[in-house]
Design a protein around this ligand. Structure first.
Ligand code: ZN
Ligand code: ZN
Length: 176
């Protein structure tokens, strides 16, 4: 998504659009980062206005990503939701190149007549990824011993570990 700088006025404008995740170039043209798979589009709602030469943006991301539960490894979808703000100021080094420059203070500059929002949206999408996604809050994960998904099955490993008298169950193969 691109916005022309001269269309940004002091009265706030609100836009909603679907940002193509391929345009975000999330990973080598594939809409995939780590274990996450992205939908073709993420919804973006953006309010923007200017104050003097500074451009203010407030946005909201919405969408769903596909990933794996960090405990039981089951594939599931997670909401992708995030609010973000950023301010662009005129690039003091404008003229050296037309590229977006950013310093380490989180201040961003604009130099071109048109602002390409995709790098900002891309950054926010990456920040919105859950660190430890869970299929549900109470996910019981996998048994460390036999590997069954404890949400779907139960096993005797925990019992045999905690009670040495049940240790023989660990080697016992239960019939059908
Ligand atoms: Zn899980
Ligand atoms: Zn087990």
């Amino acid at each position: 998504m691109k916005i022309s700088v001269d269309k940004i006025t002091e009265s706030p404008e609100e836009i909603s659009f679907a940002e193509n995740t391929h345009d975000l170039d999330l990973i080598d043209g594939e809409a995939k980062v780590g274990d996450f798979r992205f939908p073709p589009f993420v919804d973006v709602n953006l309010v923007y206005y200017r104050s003097g030469q500074e451009l203010f943006f407030h946005g909201r991301l919405g969408g769903t990503i596909e990933g794996c539960c960090s405990r039981c490894l089951k594939g599931c979808s997670f909401p992708l939701e995030k609010e973000f703000d950023f301010v662009l100021t005129p690039d003091p080094f404008a003229g050296k190149n037309g590229e977006l420059n950013r310093d380490e203070m989180g201040l961003s500059f604009y130099a071109a007549d048109e602002i390409n929002l995709s790098p900002f949206i891309r950054e926010q999408v990456l920040l919105a990824l859950p660190m430890r996604p869970l299929c549900e809050d109470g996910c019981r994960g996998l048994c460390m011993v036999c590997g069954v998904n404890l949400n779907e099955e139960s096993c005797l490993c925990a019992a045999s570990e905690s009670d040495p008298r049940l240790a023989f169950f660990r080697t016992l193969k239960l019939g059908q």
